[in-house]
Design a protein around this ligand. Structure first.
Ligand code: SAH
Length: 384
């Protein structure tokens, strides 16, 4: 019973006066929780499995579509539960086919985050957000200029994926035929500062009877929250990307302020011990090219020295500008020379092609104008 109480306690924190719909949103529950929860309504576990199937392989948005359930059960379920997709605030498409959506997750406050779909020849990648705003304040990142708002909850994270599946008409497809094949946690926010919700959401995305997205097709990107890196490998087993961006603490302290808490040496030590990293499954080190800041030949040689004894690959990201940004992107020639040095040092080093720059959908350009709720509103939520 404890688990149910916990579930019910967490559900719908709306202040009583503002409550319009008190039904529980099914996207917030792990498979086990869903089984337990439905069990309290005398619904057997095979029914929970069927419902899971409807939600995550067929994209059902209504219990009436669940034709394996008898009408009275559909009716009963719809009285207690809801299948709530995120609200689409805006949808944009780039000239290169990249699509960006601003999604709303909370009807009571303005909490919105962006997610981006990037189609390529051999894959389609959905870049999802883990927080609204970010507390890290990396100097080159647009999200960092936005005030911190909130951690996305499990349903909000899963919601981005089910929304994209619907928008891309991607339900019911076999793995080979899917538009959406890969997920990257490289949108707004630091996923390891919202670990519990991110982990639970990833388990839902990876479930073999549901969305069935393989851990090999999911990449979690972190600015380097060292104490949680091992758990990502041991508990989730997804690919790891590290936002490195500098090879000396003096520089990294400035552009990725989290470095003052977890300096390079500790970060690289955690990566060296990352469970599951092999030459076949290398850790990706993201390196944004900022003119005159981190892009010298000496920086490239140091990068090789730091990473050469580990299963690593480097991803060079041309800096994506945003209004008022304090940096400029390195020249193409500089990026090429840098890439050649790293490559000659024995590390794969592709240069990432910017996608969706015209709609501010490229790495580090995401931002929403959500505002944090006032303290009085937050405590009303907590009391409800
Ligand atoms: N907080 C996580 C995930 C979000 S950022 C992290 O730091 O990894 C996803 C990637 O985009 C990170 O590597 C980030 O450093 C990079 N990025 C941020 N702003 C950028 C910009 N303006 N141009 C290019 N890449 C940027």
């Amino acid at each position: 019973m404890q688990i149910i109480e916990k579930i019910l306690e967490k559900a719908d924190p709306a202040p009583k006066s503002e409550q319009t719909d008190t039904r529980l949103n099914l996207f917030g529950f792990s498979r086990k929780e869903l089984e337990t929860l439905l069990g309290t309504y005398q619904i057997p576990s095979f029914r929970a499995k069927q419902i899971w199937h409807w939600l995550y392989t067929k994209g059902a948005t209504d219990f009436a579509q669940m034709t394996t359930l008898a009408k009275p059960m559909q009716q009963r379920l719809s009285e207690e539960f809801v299948i709530r997709y995120p609200r689409i605030s805006t949808a944009q498409e780039s000239v290169d086919g990249t699509q960006k959506w601003l999604l709303g997750f909370d009807d009571r406050a303005k909490a919105e985050a962006e997610c981006v779909f990037i189609p390529a020849e051999e894959r389609g990648t959905l870049c999802i957000s883990s927080q609204v705003g970010c507390t890290l304040n990396c100097k080159f990142c647009h999200t960092g200029t936005q005030a911190w708002v909130k951690n996305l909850d499990v349903a909000d994270i899963v919601g981005q994926v089910v929304h994209a599946k619907t928008a891309l008409n991607d339900w019911g497809k076999l793995e080979e035929g899917r538009a959406l094949s890969n997920i990257v946690l490289m949108g707004m926010g630091e996923p390891l500062y919202n670990y519990d919700n991110v982990a639970k959401a990833l388990h839902i995305l990876m479930d073999g009877d549901g969305l069935s997205i393989s851990k090999r097709k999911i990449t979690l990107s972190t600015a380097g929250v060292v104490p949680l890196i091992e758990r990502v490998g041991a508990e989730l087993g997804v690919n790891l990307a590290i936002s490195l961006h500098a090879v000396r603490d003096e520089v990294r302290d400035v552009i990725v302020p989290l470095n003052r808490k977890y300096p390079l040496k500790e970060l690289l030590e955690a990566c060296r011990n990352y469970p599951g990293a092999t030459n076949m499954r290398r850790i990706t080190y993201e390196y944004v090219m900022l003119a005159g800041v981190n892009d010298s030949d000496a920086d490239a040689h140091e990068l090789v020295r730091l990473l050469r004894d580990m299963p690593a690959k480097v991803n060079l990201i041309p800096f994506n500008p945003w209004p008022g940004a304090p940096y400029e992107c390195s020249s193409n020639k500089r990026i090429q020379i840098f890439a050649d040095i790293v490559h000659d040092g024995g590390l794969p080093c592709p240069v990432r092609t910017p996608r969706g720059r015209d709609i501010l959908a490229a790495c580090g350009q995401l931002k929403s104008d959500s505002v944090r709720k006032r303290a009085s509103e937050r405590s009303a939520d907590a009391d409800a």
